[in-house]
Design a protein around this ligand. Structure first.
Ligand code: NDP
Length: 328
């Protein structure tokens, strides 16, 4: 395949709220950004339904619609958007280089990485069936819909414990189900969990199947329960729940950037405090690709904005000075 060379001030990689916001700010700063959207433009919100916590909308909006609006806004202010996938980067020389599956070599004065993260799922067919109909990977997004209901949280890390505690604000009962007999969450979070009157923990147990009512009948569709398997004995049992929150971790989409920017042990990109700058000046990371604590569309969008402002300052500060010095 022949390679086509492109040049840009700002290369935005990824098309979730962080990427689109970075592109909107970069375009409005006249930086003519190129955004590479990846295989599934729009990111995690495209697989969500109701969004009630994105400010600016008095009533619930649909996740895919919100992402279309962000995309159109980024286009409208002058972003060049390419549906392509960055498969290789080189940040050792300036301008930075990125190669795409579609045959582009992009030379970029700054790069903003917004490739996001994906929730891990159990991998059960029934989990897939009821996703968005009682199965969720985000209590902050969907907990509100379970007022006075019984919900289950799967997992034993900080996310699972935080989600379980958060869900007690709405649910009448929260059952945390973990595959081992101890949690890996921080001690203080565990203490809160164990002392909470609404929370029950089921140990050494995996999910065999999620049961529910399929769409198309007279009764509203949704989750009604689960079949559980005791890990040690293999014994099966059932539990009635109205919602299942899977909280078994996330995988940041950072494989392409491994060894090019510093990351933590889980593959999240490290950035300087109060900044989106990575270990390479001129390369920024925004959104879930660098954030394992908040993971919200609005926080990702905020970080995208920060990254574009930082890229703008870098171009008009450090790079402009260096280019002046070179010309002198
Ligand atoms: P973790 O990887 O820490 O925990 C995942 C949990 O899910 C583990 O208990 C694991 O079980 C369980 N699990 C994994 N796969 C399966 C499976 N197939 N079936 C059943 N259970 C499974 O993920 P988290 O999202 O909780 O946290 C990720 C990182 O983010 C951590 O470093 C955490 O500390 C951090 N974090 C920090 C927060 C904060 O500071 N406020 C909030 C949330 C996360 P097992 O224990 O048996 O391996």
């Amino acid at each position: 395949m022949t390679t086509t060379l492109r040049e840009t001030n700002v290369l935005v990689i990824g098309s979730g709220p962080a990427g689109y916001t970075a592109a909107i700010y970069a375009a409005r700063a006249n930086l003519k950004p190129i955004l590479i959207s990846g295989h599934e433009p729009g990111g995690q919100l495209t697989i969500t339904t109701d969004v009630e916590n994105y400010p600016g909308f008095a009533t619930a909006i649909q996740g895919p619609w919100l992402m279309e609006q962000m995309r159109d806004q980024a286009l409208h202010v002058g972003t060049e958007m390419l549906v392509d996938y960055v498969s290789k980067v080189d940040f050792t020389t300036h301008p930075f280089k990125a190669w795409t599956e579609g045959g582009l070599e992009i030379q970029a004065r700054t790069v903003i990485i917004c490739t996001g993260a994906q929730a891990r799922w159990l991998g059960l067919p029934s989990e897939e069936t009821y996703r968005g109909m009682g199965v969720s990977a985000c209590a902050t997004c969907d907990g509100f819909f379970y007022r006075n209901k019984h919900v289950a949280v799967i997992g034993g890390g900080n996310s699972a414990v935080e989600e379980a505690l958060f869900l007690t604000n709405f649910a009448s009962k929260v059952t945390l189900i973990h595959r081992r007999d101890s949690l890996r969450a921080e001690r203080i979070a565990q203490d809160r969990l164990f002392n909470h009157p609404k929370i029950e923990v089921i140990w050494n147990t995996e999910i065999e199947e999620i049961t529910g009512i399929l769409p198309g009948g007279d009764v509203p569709p949704g989750v009604t329960g689960m079949i559980l398997r005791q890990v040690k004995t293999g014994a099966l049992s059932t539990i009635e729940v109205d919602g299942v929150f899977v909280a078994i971790g996330h995988d940041p989409a950072t494989k392409v950037f491994k060894s090019h920017v510093d990351m933590d042990d889980s593959g999240y990109i490290l950035t300087a405090p109060d900044s989106t700058v990575t270990s390479i000046p001129g390369v920024y990371a925004a959104g879930d690709v660098k954030d394992k604590i908040y993971r919200q569309a609005i926080t990702a969008a905020g970080m995208g904005c920060m990254a574009a402002l930082e890229a703008d300052r870098f171009i008009h500060g450090v790079l402009a000075d260096a280019e002046k010095a070179e010309a002198a």
